[in-house]
Design a binder for this molecule. Structure first.
Ligand SMILES: *[C@@H]1O[C@H](CO)[C@@H](O)[C@H](O)[C@H]1NC(C)=O
Ligand SMILES: *[C@@H]1O[C@H](CO)[C@@H](O)[C@H](O)[C@H]1NC(C)=O
Ligand SMILES: *[C@@H]1O[C@H](CO)[C@@H](O)[C@H](O)[C@H]1NC(C)=O
Length: 286
């Protein structure tokens, strides 16, 4: 990570000798340098120790930065793009220099293309505050660049659907409004999505939103892009599953699926699912 950032700055060096050196920074905010705290998980360990406050998203206090940054940790853990953390931290925790340096548009586009399919799977869209056309192009202005080619894209045609990826169930929790124990009845392809029909019999594990009993009874869940990626759990109809979802508009999305078992690990997961405090979703993630 450190190398990435350093290389990023190397790309900037030619600018320092050019006439741009003279130009007046239009941003007159007084910023101060703060150490990146350990509990700013998104950016702690990103490769530099200090950050500017206010940041480039106009968060004024460290508490606000921490709160807003927290919901982006799962996206970094997804490893949809190796530059995700660099990109996000350029905004949430800009490296401490005389003036903040924006991420380059090329970096933004590359991260967006790799990671937005995962967000889509959970019913979120790429937020306007990360609209890539806000960020400078490499040739125009100093900015933080990608520097190495993207490794894995979320649209790799052979990788498990994000919603069905076992190791990541915990991360799905804040994108989840309800959870049941139930079995799968059938699935049908609907464009690039799958519609998942569940057995009538369902045991409610958790409900955060205002899902009504009628809705629960006849629930059809949509697995976004599920026609394009494998979801091994759906091929196995005999077993009960923990099925997680959320409502977006009129639709109910499947956000996670995991085989029900009696292990301590699974019990732990249920406990966390029930007690998880997700103080409304980050508005950025809506
Ligand atoms: C991003 O911003 C540009 C310029 O402000 C605007 O034209 C464009 O529609 C925005 N894109 C999205 C996806 O919102
Ligand atoms: C899936 O990947 C294989 C090998 O990487 C490639 O040959 C094939 O065209 C891909 N299929 C689709 C639908 O993208
Ligand atoms: C695709 O995944 C299947 C099992 O999920 C595996 O057997 C196969 O080798 C994979 N193919 C490629 C091209 O990675």
């Amino acid at each position: 990570m450190k190398m990435l950032v350093l290389l990023g700055f190397f790309c900037l060096v030619p600018w320092l000798g050019s006439s741009e050196y003279e130009y007046v920074w239009r941003d007159s905010t007084t910023r101060s340098c703060k150490e990146i705290p350990v509990d700013l998980r998104l950016c702690h360990g990103v490769g530099y120790a200090d950050m500017l406050l206010p940041n480039l998203l106009d968060h004024e206090s460290m508490a606000e930065v921490k709160q807003q940054a927290a919901s982006w940790v799962p996206l970094v853990q997804r490893r949809c793009h190796h530059g995700t953390q660099i990109f996000l931290c350029a905004l949430f925790a800009p490296v401490c220099m005389e003036r903040p340096v924006q991420p380059c548009r090329e970096l933004c586009v590359s991260v967006r293309d790799a990671c937005s399919p995962i967000m889509t799977a959970y019913g979120f869209s790429w937020p306007e505050m990360f609209n890539c056309s806000r960020f400078p192009e490499e040739e125009q202005e100093m900015c933080i660049d990608r520097t190495t080619p993207s490794t894995r894209s979320a649209s790799d045609n052979n990788s498990t659907c994000p919603q069905c990826d076992h190791d990541l169930v915990l991360e799905h929790m804040c994108a989840t409004e309800f959870a049941f124990k139930t079995k799968i009845k059938e699935t049908s392809v609907d464009g690039s999505d799958l519609t998942v029909f569940l057995q009538k019999k369902k045991k409610l594990v958790m409900r955060r939103g205002d899902l009504s009993s009628d809705e629960i009874k006849n629930l059809e869940l949509r697995l976004i892009n599920g026609a394009k990626c494998p979801c091994p759990q759906l091929d196995e109809r005999r077993h009960p599953y923990l099925i997680m979802g959320r409502r977006v508009g009129q639709r109910h999305l499947l956000t996670g699926i995991r085989r029900w078992d009696k292990s301590n690990q699974f019990k732990n997961l249920l406990k966390q699912l029930k007690s998880q405090k997700c103080s409304a979703y980050n508005p950025a993630f809506k």
